[in-house]
Design a binder for this molecule. Structure first.
Ligand code: CAA
Length: 390
C-alpha cells in the first residue's frame, strides 16, 4: 500500500518539533549565524523535551522512533535553522554504527548516557586526503593485547569540539583497501585533541572541527562490528542517515519558499505585488514542486528502512534531489527578494549559504549520482541486518 498520510502520533510529533523550531530556534537563528555561536541552550532544551536521540531503542531508555518520524522532526527543526539541527542531529549519525555493530553492553552504556544527559557524539570518517574516497583514509588502529591504539587526524567533524564520544574509522589492515577498515567507539580523553574549529560559509551554528587521536587507547570491546568490516558499516550508516539529510534540505527549502511567497505578495513593482507577475509565479511554482518532491523522496527512503528493506538507491535519490533542490530554491528566494535578498537584514541569504552544505556533507551530490548509477546499472544484493531501527 502506498500511503504517506501521517498517524495522529506523527502529526503531534510534527507539531512538537515545529513549535520548538518556531519558539526556541527561529528567534535566535540569524544571531547564531552572525556570531558563529554554539547553541548549547537549545541543545539542553531539545534534550529535555525529547527532540534529541529520538532513534535510540526504548530498551535503553530512548524514544525508539522510526526513520519516518525522524524525517518529520528533522524537516521542522531545519525549517527553524539547519545549523542548529545539524548540532542536534549529529548524535543520530554517530549512534547508527553503535546500534548496528556494537556489543550489547557497549550499546547500553552509550545509549543510556546520551538519554540521561545532553551529551554529544561525533562520527569521524573524513580525513584531509580521504573525503569522497573513504578507503583512502590513513588513520591507523593497531591491536595491542586487549586494546587498540589509534593514531591519525579526522577533519570536518560535526560537534567535534563538544563531543564526549567519537565513532572513529581507522585502518586495521592498511594493505587491504576498503576491506582493511574498522570502526571503534572512543570516549574523549586527553589523547583526543581538537585541532581546529572551522569558520564556515553556512550552518554557522554548528561546530565543525579537526580531531586528532594521539596514541588513543580503546578497549577491544569497543570495536563496532567485525574487524576490517568498517567500510561496509559506514555505508550502511549513510544509507540510514541520508533520508534525514534529505528531510533537512526540505526544511531549508520550505523556509526559503515561505519567505519568498510572503515577500512576493508584499513587494510592489509596476503597480502590483510581484506575485501577480507570471515570471515570479513560475518561480514560486517550481519552488513548491521541489519542496513537495524532496519531502516525498525523503519519506520514501525512510519508509523502506522502517519496513526493513535496503534503501541505498532511494536514499541517494532523496539526498541528491533534496540537496540540489534546496540550493536552487534558496537561490530563487534570493532572486525573488531582488537586491534585498543579497543583504543580511533579510532572511534568505542565510538560507542560501546554509543550503550549500547539503550538497557536500554525508556524500556530495556527485557521490550520490555515482551510487545511483551503480545501483541502476549493476544493482548489488547486500544483506540487511535483522533490526529495522538500527
Ligand atoms: N551497504 C552495504 N555495503 C555496501 C554499500 C551499502 N550501501 N555500498 C557499498 N558497499 C560494499 C560493497 O558491496 C563492497 O563490498 P565488497 O567488499 O564485498 O566488495 C564494498 O562496500 C565497497 O564498495 P564500492 O566498491 O562501491 O566502494 P567505493 O570505494 O567505490 O566507494 C562510495 C563507494 C559510494 C564512493 C563511498 O566511498 C562513499 O559513499 N563515499 C562518500 C563518503 C561520505 O558520504 N562521506 C561523508 C562523511 S559523513 C559526514 O559528512 C559527517 C558530518 O559530520 C555531517
Amino acid at each position: 500500500m502506498v500511503d504517506f498520510s501521517l498517524t495522529d502520533e506523527q502529526k503531534n510529533l510534527r507539531e512538537l518539533a515545529h513549535d520548538f523550531a518556531a519558539r526556541e530556534i527561529r528567534p535566535v537563528a540569524w544571531e547564531l549565524d552572525r556570531d558563529g555561536a554554539w547553541p548549547q541552550a537549545i541543545i539542553d532544551k531539545a534534550h529535555e523535551v525529547g527532540l534529541m536521540n529520538t532513534h535510540l531503542p526504548e530498551e535503553y531508555g530512548g524514544a525508539g522512533l522510526n526513520y519516518l518520524d525522524g524525517c518529520i522532526i528533522e524537516e521542522e527543526l531545519s525549517w527553524g535553522c539547519s545549523g542548529v539541527q545539524t548540532s542536534l542531529g549529529a548524535n543520530g549519525l554517530a549512534s547508527a554504527p553503535v546500534m548496528l555493530g556494537g556489543a550489547e553492553d557497549v550499546k547500553r552504556e552509550f545509549a543510556e548516557e546520551l538519554v540521561a544527559e545532553p551529551k554529544l557524539a561525533s562520527f569521524c570518517l573524513t580525513e584531509p586526503d580521504a573525503g569522497s574516497d573513504v578507503s583512502g583514509m590513513r588513520t591507523r588502529a593497531v591491536r595491542r593485547g586487549d586494546k587498540y591504539v589509534i593514531n591519525g587526524s579526522k577533519c570536518f567533524i560535526t560537534n567535534g569540539s563538544y563531543a564526549d564520544w567519537f565513532v572513529v574509522y581507522a585502518k586495521t589492515d592498511p594493505e587491504a583497501g576498503h576491506r582493511g577498515i574498522s570502526a571503534f567507539l572512543v570516549r574523549r580523553d586527553d589523547t583526543v585533541i581538537v585541532d581546529k574549529k572551522e569558520d564556515k560559509l553556512g550552518q554557522r551554528a554548528s561546530n565543525t572541527a579537526t580531531i586528532t587521536f594521539n596514541e588513543t587507547e580503546v578497549d577491544a570491546r569497543y570495536l563496532l562490528g567485525e574487524e576490517n568490516k568498517g567500510f561496509k558499516l559506514a555505508m550502511m550508516v549513510l544509507d540510514r542517515t541520508r533520508p534525514g539529510v534529505a528531510a533537512m534540505a526540505t526544511g531549508i527549502a520550505r523556509a526559503a519558499f515561505e519567505f519568498a511567497c510572503d515577500y512576493s505578495k508584499e513587494r510592489v513593482q509596476f503597480g502590483v505585488p510581484i506575485a501577480m507577475h507570471q515570471a515570479i509565479q513560475f518561480m514560486i511554482a517550481d519552488m513548491a514542486t521541489k519542496v513537495h518532491l524532496s519531502r516525498l523522496a525523503a519519506w520514501n527512503s525512510a519508509v523502506l528502512l522502517d519496513q526493513g528493506k535496503r534503501n541505498t538507491l532511494e536514499s541517494s535519490h532523496a539526498k541528491r534531489f533534496a540537496a540540489d533542490s534546496a540550493m536552487e530554491v534558496t537561490t530563487d528566494a534570493v532572486q525573488i527578494y531582488g537586491g534585498y535578498g543579497f543583504i543580511k537584514d533579510y532572511p534568505v541569504e542565510k538560507l542560501m549559504r546554509d543550503a550549500k552544505i547539503m550538497q557536500l556533507y554525508e556524500g556530495t551530490s556527485q557521490i550520490q549520482r555515482l551510487v545511483i548509477a551503480r545501483e541502476t546499472l549493476l544493482p548489488r544484493r547486500i544483506e540487511q541486518p535483522a533490526t529495522a531501527t538500527a
